[in-house]
Design a protein around this ligand. Structure first.
Ligand code: MG
Ligand code: ZN
Length: 214
């Protein structure tokens, strides 16, 4: 009896997602949905890449969280428009939630709208927000078993960021094994191995976003 209810929610979400996507299309905005578990480094990744893109792109960010405006404050400190989407305990963003937040960013003036989803490796992957590009973030601190344990998180991603690679000497994470498992789930996504010590991969990821938004 649960299955029809789930399907109805997703159908309603798909409709709102399609509305968002056509609105973005009319205004020439590319939308990126960033997914990953709590503490995977999504906000830190945005702090690394957004400053690299501000020379050519007009960017705004929607920050999804269960509570607090802490991540939105970090993003606003970069000088980009940012709205906080609070789910009040909800474990994912929906397309309707994004729709309600759109009046709070200067959508018509943007090239790129980045949505940081609620930190959760499971259900956010089931909810299309109307994005054009999906980015999944996995930190090495989470363990190299996650690509096979949470395949949905990675299945539809256009880019997969393996974050916190500076921690590799200290954690049990076999990078080659993780990448092989990721390829089994998703053979087309570009993979970026990002470290806060060395910004070359973050720069390469920024260029991936720039190419997409232009
Ligand atoms: Mg965050
Ligand atoms: Zn959820």
């Amino acid at each position: 009896m649960n299955i029809p209810i789930v399907r109805r929610i997703l159908e309603k979400n798909d409709q709102a997602a399609a509305e968002n996507r056509s609105r973005f299309g009319e205004l020439g905005v590319r939308c990126v949905n960033v997914l990953g578990g709590a503490g995977s480094g999504k906000t830190t990744l945005l702090e690394m890449v957004i400053p690299r893109l501000l020379d050519g792109l007009r960017i705004a960010v929607l920050e999804g969280d269960l509570a607090t405006t802490r991540d939105a404050e970090r993003i606003a400190a970069l000088g980009v428009p940012c709205a906080q989407l609070l789910t009040d305990g909800g474990c994912h963003l929906t397309a309707a939630h994004v729709q309600r937040a759109l009046p709070h960013v200067p959508l018509a003036e943007l090239d790129l709208l980045i949505i940081e989803n609620v930190g959760n490796p499971i259900c956010p992957a089931n909810f299309d927000l109307g994005e054009h590009v999906r980015v999944s973030v996995l930190s090495v601190a989470e363990g190299d078993d996650k690509p096979s344990k949470y395949p949905l998180l990675f299945k539809d991603a256009h880019a997969i960021v393996i974050s916190k690679c500076d921690l590799l000497p200290f954690v049990r994470f076999d990078l080659e094994r993780a990448k092989a498992d990721l390829r089994l789930v998703n053979s087309h996504a570009q993979v970026f191995e990002v470290s806060t010590r060395d910004d070359r991969e973050a720069a390469r990821f920024a260029e991936f976003l720039r190419r997409d938004a232009q």
